[in-house]
Design a protein around this ligand. Structure first.
Ligand code: GDP
Ligand code: IMO
Ligand code: MG
Length: 422
């Protein structure tokens, strides 16, 4: 029971990177279990901001082991850039970052296919980050993948060419221009960078360390509403972002899981296409985007903003078995006279509390709560928070039945209120 999971309960960008970094001192291993460079996890400390795409958010703690699990899809080119931008030397980083031999690689063909598929979808496009995620997971499931453990094989180049041939033949049926060389050069340089790291059966490593009493934090990417099974399909990512994904994405048993930390913003955002019942296409939405600096960490796209959606939050809590809630970006909500919270939906004129399985439009039913004026960024004690913010938190706890034990009041790792220690 030494593994805790931290994952997003909304449509991604809940602040996972910030919180994983802040709580890493409590763990020995930080392990990413799914997703790939579509993720953008930001963290800030000592007045510096970093955005991680593939590397777990515990990497800045020199005494922690970080693992990229088998459930992650790795683009070697992105990996190389990220390693080079971190600060510490490659030698130092290779001591504390280990990669699963079973993790599938994102190939140049996957990136091109991603763009070709999106273009062919026209106005029904998913709004993918175009990092090759969908095609890479498609090949994995179709048993056509190329895995990290393969890169040391002598015939690796032949293997690669075989995959490329297959991708090029699919691309022939799409009206899509591309420059393969542009991707290939960086990709092969990335392969050389990957070779400097230990690529092992991380499932043995994690299980052995857990048996020896070490503590693991499994770091999710994206969010529950982007899960391929339970999100707003087809406007989702291509992996299981939920707590079950940590078992398949790291090779751990459900019995080894202790707590599931569900992280949510005090409001909602979404980047890319798909249903978003509480979206605000008005000045309030624009204000949330401005104050919250809601622009994608990976693509820079403006995020769609809206009020907190309790039915979606409850759904995510149910699917993941969340034991504690962590609320982020509470500081962004300061200054609103009233705050709306969606408590149910109207579907074809009838009240419903369930998330429709398809993209049937639903209309949010709101409850209004009093806002607060105070700037809360400097507050570190729960008791010192404005009364109405505490009322907002209490309302969420009553609605969901799960305690909110951590409140983030700013992007810096220090700007965190711990109500109940881990
Ligand atoms: P992630 O993908 O879940 O790790 O989240 P992102 O890093 O993509 O987006 C969260 C953004 O909010 C980042 O720019 C963070 O630096 C920032 N952030 C995180 N927590 C807080 C908070 O409590 N308040 C404010 N104002 N910003 C925060
Ligand atoms: P983090 O880990 C927010 C969205 C994309 C698109 C859909 C599919 O930073 O929270 P994909 O590239 O996976 O094919 O895109 O999912 N998306 C994210 N949105 N945060 C993310 O990651 C996301 N990763 C993918 O915008 O709508
Ligand atoms: Mg993000």
């Amino acid at each position: 029971m030494n593994i805790d999971i931290l994952l997003g309960l909304q449509w991604g960008d809940e602040g996972k990177g910030k919180i994983v970094d802040a709580i890493s001192p409590d763990y020995d291993i930080i392990a990413r279990f799914q997703g790939g460079p579509n993720a953008g996890h930001s963290l800030e400390f000592n007045n510096k901001k970093y955005v991680l795409h593939l590397i777990p958010s515990g990497i800045f703690h020199s005494d922690k082991l970080n693992i990229i699990g088998n459930g992650v899809v790795i683009d070697p080119a992105v990996f190389k850039t990220e390693i080079e931008n971190l600060g510490p030397s490659v030698e130092e980083l290779s001591e504390r970052l280990i990669i699963s031999a079973r993790a599938n690689l994102i190939l140049p063909g996957h990136r091109i296919l991603d763009a070709a598929y999106e273009k062919s979808k026209g106005c029904l496009k998913i709004g993918s980050t175009l990092k090759g995620i969908g095609p890479a997971y498609t090949d994995k499931i179709a048993r056509n993948g190329l895995r990290a453990g393969e890169i040391l094989r002598e015939d690796f180049r032949d293997l690669y060419n075989r995959h490329l041939k297959r991708h090029l033949s699919i691309l022939k049926s799409y009206d899509f221009n591309f420059d393969l060389k542009e991707y290939e050069t960086g990709w092969f340089e990335g392969i050389e960078m990957l070779k400097k790291f230990r690529i092992v059966n991380t499932e043995y490593l994690i299980n052995e360390m857990v048996s020896g009493g070490k503590k693991v934090l499994a770091e999710g990417a994206q969010g529950t509403m982007l899960d391929v099974d339970f999100g707003s399909y087809p406007f989702v990512t291509s992996s299981n972002t939920i707590s079950a994904g940590a078992c398949t994405g790291l090779g751990i048993s459900p019995k080894s899981i202790n707590e599931v930390f569900g992280i949510f913003k005090a409001y909602c955002t979404r980047v890319g296409s798909g249903p978003f019942p509480t979206e605000l296409n008005d000045d309030t939405g624009a204000l949330l985007r401005d104050i919250g600096n809601e622009f994608g960490s990976t693509t820079g796209r403006p995020r769609r903003c809206g009020w907190l959606d309790i039915p979606a939050l409850k759904y995510a809590i149910m699917i993941n078995g969340v034991t504690r809630l962590f609320m982020t970006k509470s500081d962004v909500m300061s200054g609103f006279t009233t705050i709306k919270v969606c408590t149910s939906y109207l579907s074809e004129g009838r009240k419903c509390k369930e998330i429709p399985f398809n993209d049937l439009p639903v209309e949010p039913v709101y409850t209004e709560l009093p806002g607060w004026e105070e700037n809360i960024a400097g507050i570190r004690e729960y008791d010192n928070l404005p009364r109405n913010l505490k009322g907002y938190i209490k309302y969420i706890e009553d609605q969901t039945g799960v305690p909110v034990t951590m409140i983030s009041v700013g992007p810096d790792r220090e700007e965190t209120i711990i109500r109940k220690p881990l």
